[in-house]
Design a protein around this ligand. Structure first.
Ligand SMILES: C[C@](O)(CO)[C@H](O)COP(=O)(O)OP(=O)(O)OC[C@H]1O[C@@H](n2ccc(N)nc2=O)[C@H](O)[C@@H]1O
Ligand SMILES: Nc1ncnc2c1ncn2[C@@H]1O[C@H](COP(=O)(O)OP(=O)(O)OP(=O)(O)O)[C@@H](O)[C@H]1O
Length: 267
């Protein structure tokens, strides 16, 4: 059985407070993109993980798909499987690719082996694997609060716009990025701001990681400026970076940005 885990972007990301468990309370909007990995599971003699496409840092045993298998195996009788992941979603980009793989793996195992889990149960397993993971169970635009794992589906359809995603040749570590931010309360909740027309987001919706990440990697801030100069209605770094997206009214090409970056058009 094959599923195609997709990336997400964060539209707005407010880091509100530091928690006693070392994590941060935040509010963000998750929006799915059509940049996808391919994840295949077949029954095998022993548990095995292989990958192709982009190189994944770390050992196969650290892969979130294996971690998801081991987590499910605590409560379910699972046969050994061969997991193959074709990696296409850029890594260290704030696109949640590893989180998507973990959650799609849970969905796949549930369906393939009739584990009988409902959405709430799958979200509970997913959130044990990473703060971003639960979103990818429903995989619908959502407001996320808490660690990013308390979700409320929202009515947001950007289908009439043209989204461009730019991935520079740098990767940002999520935990390092969190260390660079000073949490602060906000005056207007993101749940209100997201209801404004996209044209108005630029002046009110922000990503709290941008100031510290842009000062460490100026190239990322420059990409955002270039997207605005090219006519983006809204542009932002996604998550803790390093990718930056632009929301445009019309389809376009950005040859200047293609030179040193990877670009995904119409995602
Ligand atoms: C930056 C975002 O992508 C925004 O959506 C997420 O917050 C990151 O989610 P993720 O990659 O699933 O993160 P996790 O694997 O849970 O955590 C990685 C590291 O990020 C930090 N972390 C993550 C989430 C959170 N709410 N507070 C944190 O401080 C912690 O230092 C943690 O050790
Ligand atoms: N299936 C996987 N795909 C990608 N990375 C994985 C996977 N499993 C484990 N990892 C580890 O997770 C790290 C980054 O994961 P990921 O791509 O989710 O981060 P990201 O792009 O910064 O996204 P975000 O911060 O939004 O979760 C990698 O350095 C890798 O060591």
């Amino acid at each position: 059985m094959i599923l195609f885990p997709n990336a997400k972007i964060n539209i707005g990301l407010n880091i509100l407070s530091r928690r006693t468990d070392g994590y941060h309370n935040l509010e963000t909007i998750f929006y799915p993109l059509v940049i996808r990995d391919a994840l295949e599971v077949v029954e095998a003699d022993q548990l095995e993980f292989t990958s192709s496409g982009l190189a994944i840092p770390g050992n196969a045993t650290d892969n979130l798909c294996i971690k998801a298998y081991n987590l499910l195996a605590l409560d379910h009788k699972l046969p050994p499987v061969h997991i193959h992941l074709h990696k296409h979603i850029p890594i260290g980009a704030g696109l949640g690719g590893g989180s998507a793989d973990a959650s799609f793996f849970i969905r796949l195992m549930n369906e393939k082996f009739g584990l009988g889990m409902d959405v709430i149960q799958m979200e509970a397993y997913a959130s044990q694997l990473g703060s971003d993971c639960a979103f990818f169970i429903k995989n619908k635009p959502a407001l996320a609060v808490g660690k990013g794992d308390q979700l409320q589906t929202i009515d947001l359809d950007l289908g009439k716009y043209f989204i461009v995603l730019v991935m520079p040749a740098v990767q940002v570590s999520t935990s390092e990025a969190y260390r660079g931010v000073s949490p602060a309360a906000v005056s207007s909740p993101l749940s209100d701001l997201i209801r404004l027309p996209v044209e108005e987001w630029r002046s009110v919706i922000k990503n709290d990681f941008e100031p510290s990440v842009f000062s460490q990697y100026p190239i990322i801030g420059e990409i955002k400026s270039k997207l605005y100069n090219a006519g983006a209605l809204f542009s932002s770094m996604s998550g803790s970076g390093s990718s930056v997206f632009g929301i445009f009214k019309e389809e376009l090409k950005l040859p200047d940005l293609e030179q040193n970056n990877k670009i995904f058009y119409g995602v």
